[in-house]
Design a binder for this molecule. Structure first.
Ligand code: HEC
Ligand code: HEC
Length: 324
């Protein structure tokens, strides 16, 4: 059976509310941070996005082929061929990442082998930081992964932090989880076919190992007003945000994330939108969902409410709970 080539994963478009009153508690640098010296020209945002997102699909070691996405060494070589200056390199990478499309590809040969990269939902500034990080790192060196990259990761853990912006941290955690989920789904559908990939749309198996998640003692869940798994039903507060987000979509706006702070907790809410790929399990029975997949869903989730969606609709929300 030939599987349809996958298109894009959902874009989480969660903006930042400008809350004039949300003065964040500044966190003091830990004593350790003074004793570790920063690698030369340390690029915090670049390393953070790279290690928490990009590296979940793209191999960090030169020469490795994981069948899901090309290695950074391959990407860098391809981009350097067409872009001779750092500025051109960064600009064309940001151009692709901000709205992935074959028409923006610098390496069209990749589509013979891979599905189109999903839109990850970061800002252009974050994409530029990661593009600079790739440009300046020796990703083409087979030893980079074990040496310089590890030093960068180690420093990232200890580097002094700016005041915590919970709305942004929550969004970054949701996006990092989405990247892992996207990889698992792409991989499972390619290897086994949709009806056997059902368990891979489950986030509970994804461990939050990111240092920021650990520092904030964060927990992450996805809930919906039309949930498939009975454990993912939204509570009243979550339903309120869902109503807000649906209304924004109906008015043609992109729903922004929202933060609620109670006692010593900050809770971030962020929209989860559908794209074409999701419809093979959440779209219209028959038209989008094959009979095999449908009968598997009915067997595993007898009270499923999560079909009948179209593209770019609100499938549910991320709820990220962080300790302050
Ligand atoms: C869910 C998996 C996934 C994640 C996460 C991911 N990528 Fe990709 N990426 C791919 C796949 C698959 C391709 C190959 C097909 C293509 O070019 O779209 C790709 C292609 C690319 C390309 C080449 C684009 C072109 O065709 O010109 C660049 C550059 C790139 N990725 C950078 C990144 C960066 C930087 C990040 C982190 C911000 C990232 N990727 C995260 C899957 C992923
Ligand atoms: C291979 C089939 C499959 C695909 C493709 C798929 N899902 Fe799911 N989805 C499921 C299953 C099965 C569950 C229930 C998981 C569980 O038991 O927690 C689920 C659950 C969810 C939930 C949690 C709320 C609920 O209904 O239980 C959200 C949100 C969600 N999916 C969004 C998406 C989005 C967005 C996409 C596309 C990017 C997508 N899914 C693609 C099968 C799929």
């Amino acid at each position: 059976m030939t599987l349809p080539k996958l298109t894009v994963l959902a874009t989480i478009i969660a903006g930042i509310f400008l809350l004039s009153n949300c003065a964040d508690k500044p966190k003091e640098a830990t004593p350790e941070s003074q004793t570790i010296t920063a690698p030369e020209n340390f690029n915090r945002e670049g390393v953070a996005v790279f290690s928490q997102n990009c590296s979940s699909c793209h191999p960090t070691k030169a020469g490795v082929d994981n069948g899901i996405a090309p290695s950074f060494a391959e990407l860098k070589a391809g981009y350097l061929k067409k872009n001779t200056t750092e500025e051109a390199f960064v600009a064309s990478m940001v151009g692709f990442l901000s709205a992935p499309a074959q028409s923006k590809s610098q390496m069209p040969e990749l589509f013979d082998k891979y599905a189109l990269m999903p839109n990850l939902g970061f800002t252009d500034e974050q994409y530029a930081a990661v593009a600079r990080y790739i440009y300046h790192s020796a990703v083409e060196d087979v030893n980079w992964n074990e040496n310089q990259y590890q030093q960068d990761l180690e420093y990232l853990k200890h580097a002094p932090k700016e005041a915590t912006n919970y709305l942004k941290e929550g969004k970054d955690l949701a996006l990092a989880t989405k990247a892992v989920l996207g990889k698992n789904l792409l991989n499972a559908i390619q290897q086994r076919g949709t009806e056997h990939a059902l368990e891979f749309c489950n986030t509970r198996a994804i461990p939050l190992t990111d240092s920021m998640a650990v520092a904030l003692n964060a927990s992450i869940k996805r809930v919906s007003d039309r949930n498939r798994n009975p454990n993912n039903a939204a509570n009243q507060q979550e339903l309120d945000y869902i109503a807000f987000a649906k209304n924004e979509l109906a008015e043609g706006r992109t729903p922004k994330g929202k933060l609620t702070e109670i006692e010593n907790k900050a809770i971030g809410y962020y929209p989860i939108l559908t794209n074409k790929m999701c419809l093979q399990c959440h779209g219209k029975p028959q038209a989008d969902i094959t009979p095999e997949t449908l009968s598997m869903i009915e067997k595993l989730y007898p009270s499923d409410l999560a079909t009948g969606y179209g593209e770019n609709e609100l499938r549910g929300i991320w709820v990220i709970e962080m300790e302050k």
